[in-house]
Design a protein around this ligand. Structure first.
Ligand code: SAM
Length: 272
């Protein structure tokens, strides 16, 4: 498996082989919710169109595509000195204020590796606000720079087209030669728990319904991941649903691991 250099909530590494088996054999892969990129990094599709609503994430992918090795060398410098809480918060402040796109991309990689529990979250003002990774009482191990994974990302994404937009625009690009893999923020397990706030816009029930309508009307096969809930079963009713069970370690307490039930929804090219 080609690993991503990013830690991302909801990453699909554990279900990858299974998801990819539903995407093979189509010329163009459209992935509107890219996240860490682990799905498109492993897909065999000759052409790939990839998007995310997070401008900082897409800026990072495009910086890597355009600047390659020079950017990677600059980025590594942030990992060399000894890491501590003060350095983390000063880099977080710089990330939220800088207008320099390359600097912001390098800080993204640093923060992603040093933040609490691999979370990526913005406040209502659009500022990244995740706390430092460590419990102050623990001795923390130095974080290694993920050089091999970043270099591999550059190799594998030379021809990928990146877009910063909401998912609706990516569905408009689809034709019958495409397959779409949609991995949106999941519906929460209950009203008080579970992270869904990747962006300041959020992704509530209305967004889930709009996505389901786009899936239903798409001119190609669409594969969707989401949590197995009554609401999800209702909005995707009539489509094929495959039940999966997966261990997740994003939860309220970092050391707690949850066994979660998921669905893989498959809508074939022509409506049955
Ligand atoms: C579950 S994650 C995707 C994880 C990814 N498949 C992986 O393996 O790392 C959902 C992603 O959707 C993005 N997102 C949230 N709302 C969106 C929208 N309206 N349109 C496109 N992307 C959106 C988030 O920024 C986040 O990266």
């Amino acid at each position: 498996m080609n690993k991503s250099f990013l830690h991302w909530p909801g990453g699909k590494s554990r279900l990858l082989t299974y998801i990819l088996s539903h995407l093979d054999g189509h010329h163009i892969l459209i992935e509107p919710f890219a996240g860490s990129g682990v799905v498109f990094l492993n897909g065999n599709n000759p052409q790939k169109k990839v998007a995310d609503i997070n401008p900082d994430l897409i800026n990072l992918f495009q910086t890597l595509q355009n600047k390659g090795q020079a950017f990677i060398d600059e980025c590594e410098k942030l990992f060399i000195e000894e890491d501590n809480k003060e350095k983390y918060y000063s880099n977080r402040k710089l990330f939220n204020s800088t207008k320099n796109k390359e600097e912001k991309s390098a800080l993204f990689v640093y923060l992603n590796r040093h933040c609490y529990n691999g979370l990526w979250r913005y406040n209502a003002n659009g500022e990244f606000n995740v706390a430092y990774r460590g419990d102050p009482k623990e001795t923390l191990r130095q974080v290694n720079f993920p050089r091999d994974e970043i270099e591999q990302f550059c190799q594998l994404t030379k021809n990928v087209e990146f877009f910063c937009c909401s998912f609706e625009k990516m569905f408009e690009m689809a034709d019958e030669n495409c397959v779409i893999y949609a991995d949106p923020p999941y519906v929460p397990m209950n009203s008080t728990s579970n992270f869904t706030g990747y962006s300041k816009e959020g992704f509530g029930k209305e967004s889930q319904k709009t996505l389901a309508d786009h899936v239903r009307n798409a001119p190609c096969r669409v594969v969707v991941s989401n949590r197995d809930t009554e609401f999800i079963r209702e909005i995707y009713s009539g489509m094929k649903m495959i039940e999966l069970s997966v261990q997740r370690n994003i939860s309220c307490k970092g050391d707690k691991r949850l066994k979660d039930k998921e669905l893989l929804i498959v809508k074939e090219k022509y409506n049955e």
